[in-house]
Design a protein around this ligand. Structure first.
Ligand code: SF4
Length: 222
């Protein structure tokens, strides 16, 4: 799939718009427990940036898609606020964070001794220095090849049976890049009752995978 950002303003190459990452279109930010992936259940501060043109039809944060609904804000004071908790972790999620220059954010966090985690589809070039990268690839805009070697976990959302075949291809790409990271299958929330038996059976047949669920939704957390 061709990479076609919805607006040239969202291109990473247009660094001036974002003052080299000092300004970002923040949609929301909150302290909570991580709900998905290998860090599920651990406390972390989340910063969600707006803007995404990946277009997953089942996306549960569609209000994040239009970056222009989320005005650019100075990220430094927000990061100062984000580190005022004992978790020692800030997660940058979206939207699609790889649309923006992230070096300023990760440098800031590292100077303060805080871990920088990223949730991305890998659709655009990775910037910043991340302690943990959750790669959640999407069929609509597949990841750029270079992220397969950098991901710390591969998390594939399963909406239907075909997604399991696609998940295997994504796992092959990760392994071909020499990356032995954990592989996670996560049921899409609205289809969880339907696909969970498929995922369970698949995982028992392919034990290199593990099942992940959106624990924050069961716990009624953001
Ligand atoms: Fe939604 Fe994430 Fe897909 Fe973008 S990549 S449409 S934010 S699920």
């Amino acid at each position: 799939m061709k990479h076609t950002p919805q607006s040239t303003e969202l291109l990473y190459s247009n660094n001036q718009t974002f003052e080299d990452g000092r300004l970002l279109p923040v949609m929301e930010h909150f302290y909570t427990l991580q709900g998905e992936g290998m860090h599920s259940g651990k406390a972390a501060y989340f910063i969600r940036v707006g803007g995404c043109d990946v277009g997953c039809h089942w996306c549960d944060v569609k209000e994040s898609w239009n970056a222009h609904l989320h005005p650019l804000v100075e990220i430094e004071p927000l990061l100062e606020q984000a580190i005022q908790n004992p978790s020692g972790v800030v997660v940058i999620t979206g939207g699609e964070p790889s649309l923006y220059p992230m070096e300023f954010t990760t440098e800031f966090l590292h100077k303060k001794g805080v871990a920088a985690h990223l949730e991305t589809s890998g659709a655009y070039p990775l910037t910043g220095n991340w302690d943990w990268i959750c790669l959640s690839p999407k069929k609509t805009i597949t990841p750029l090849p270079e992220i397969y070697s950098k991901a710390h976990e591969l998390k594939v959302i399963v909406y239907n049976r075909n997604d399991l075949v696609w998940a295997q291809k994504q796992a092959e790409a990760v392994r071909a890049a020499g990356n032995n990271c954990p592989l996670i299958l996560q049921p899409e929330w609205s289809k969880r009752e339907e696909v969970m038996p498929l995922i369970t059976e698949f995982t028992m047949q392919h034990p290199e995978w593990r099942v992940g669920i959106q624990t924050h939704k069961y716990l009624h957390l953001p």
